[in-house]
Design a protein around this ligand. Structure first.
Ligand code: CTP
Length: 413
């Protein structure tokens, strides 16, 4: 997962509510992550939460005194339940126990946290809830009914995740990991410039096998394509990511299709392309593949003569998508070693696409930062050196601006 930068939540004021559950141990890490991303965090804990983690820990990590009681006399007007949400940008309940969710749904107000949720100005202070409970509790019709009602009341439910549970069982109900929650919170606040759009993205290298143990590939890490997938999801798009062999976690909310070879990438992309409004080809697709694949490992067998291979050309995925009658808005990448502007403009014409994003391949492969050159029929725009997620967000804004200026109708499912 691309981690958040120190400005992702700059200026955001978050009330972080902890309720009783073993996942409280993750709230410590979550607080650090939110603070590191630039948010100010005001922790409020229920009595049950204090059984799992102390206010001392939460105060140290949030650098603010923790509130635990509606009778806390530190507030001059003795109305912590009002004051705490009036300046807040969101209330995030993590972990949210089954019992606390039930109390939210009923509009109960018998402790500070439920009271402030009820008393918060709904229009300005959204409620985000990260459930954490045993899988049977999560699956119970009462909890499912409560979750549906919570959503109907305007809350955003984050997760839950799936996997090993503290009780030893395995299933749905565990709280999302702190960095997953951070990614969801950052997404929640992002402007939804691509709402209703569907984006198809290729990323990473391809791997063209020579024999069962060897192959031809390249140094692309896939980081740029994954960052674009994340940025597009943040901007409200439905995103499909067709990824070559890379070891990167899938951005939250993104549908991923893994492939190895250029032909597999082509076969995955072509049938999907016309259902998407935008196609972004960041993959470093191998131009050539061995004409034949050896079934067995090619052995030296004492020979000093190096084997030779015949190569055959791979189909150009981007050019094929750009030729479709109902083609999406196509964005190509040009990874060059020199003469970036010249090569990028040449690709704009050769591939017949409206936008090419140029970058210097050797300077960026595997790195977390990059610099881009956007080339279209109107001219060029430099995006100076920055981390790939920042560049991806700017590129997504550029794509959104072009879609709205061409008055494109979003292609939805
Ligand atoms: N591309 C593709 N399918 C291919 C080759 C390239 O979809 N078989 C896409 C890439 O994802 C990128 C763009 O085409 O968006 C340009 O790729 P690049 O490798 O820079 O250009 P090539 O067309 O391969 O030209 P050259 O190797 O001569 O630079």
């Amino acid at each position: 997962m691309s981690t958040a930068s120190s400005t992702d939540l700059q200026g955001k004021r978050i009330v972080l509510g902890l309720t009783g559950g073993i996942a409280c141990y993750k709230a410590a890490e979550l607080t650090r992550a939110l603070v590191k991303a630039g948010a100010s965090v005001q922790v409020v804990m229920t009595e049950a939460a204090e059984q799992f983690i102390t206010p001392v820990t939460m105060q140290a990590l949030s650098t603010r005194p923790v509130f635990t009681s509606q009778w806390d006399a530190r507030e001059a007007n003795n109305m912590a339940h009002i004051n705490l949400t009036r300046e807040a940008d969101a209330v995030l309940i993590a972990p949210a126990s089954a019992d606390f969710i039930a109390r939210l749904v009923q509009g109960r107000a018998d402790d500070l946290l439920s009271l402030l949720c009820l008393a918060r100005p709904i229009a300005n202070c959204p409620l985000l809830v990260a459930p954490a409970m045993n899988r049977e509790m999560w699956a119970h019709p009462a909890t499912q009914r409560n979750i549906a009602q919570l959503r109907a009341d305007g809350a955003t439910v984050l997760g839950p995740g799936n996997g090993d549970q503290a009780c030893g069982e395995i299933g749905d109900g565990r709280m999302l990991e702190p960095l997953e929650l951070l990614e969801d919170v950052v997404s929640f606040f992002a402007p939804k410039r691509l709402r209703g759009q569907r984006l198809l993205i290729t990323a990473g290298p391809t791997f063209e096998p020579i024999d069962p143990v060897r192959g031809i590939t390249n140094r692309s890490s896939g980081k740029m394509g994954f960052a674009i997938a994340r940025a597009a999801h943040e901007a409200g798009a439905e995103v499909t990511l067709v990824a070559g062999p890379v070891h990167l976690p899938t951005p939250r909310g993104v549908r991923r299709i893994d492939v190895q070879t250029a032909q597999q990438m082509f076969d995955a992309v072509l049938p999907l392309a016309a259902q998407h409004g935008v196609f972004v080809a960041t993959a470093a697709v191998a131009d050539w593949r061995p004409a034949s694949l050896s079934d067995h490992k090619i052995k030296k067998n004492g020979s000093k003569v190096a084997p030779t291979f015949e190569l055959t050309e791979n189909a150009d995925i981007l050019a094929a998508v750009a030729k479709l009658p109902d083609r999406p808005f196509c964005v190509g990448f040009a990874a060059e070693s020199h003469d970036l502007s010249k090569h990028a403009r040449e690709k704009l014409q050769r591939k017949n696409v409206p936008l090419i994003v140029g970058n210097l391949g050797p300077a960026t492969f595997g790195r977390d930062d990059n610099a881009l050159l956007l080339v279209d029929a109107q001219g060029e725009r430099q995006l100076p050196h920055a981390d790939k997620l920042t560049l991806a967000r700017t590129l997504v804004d550029e794509i959104a601006a072009r879609l709205s200026s061409s008055n494109s109708t979003p292609r939805t499912a």
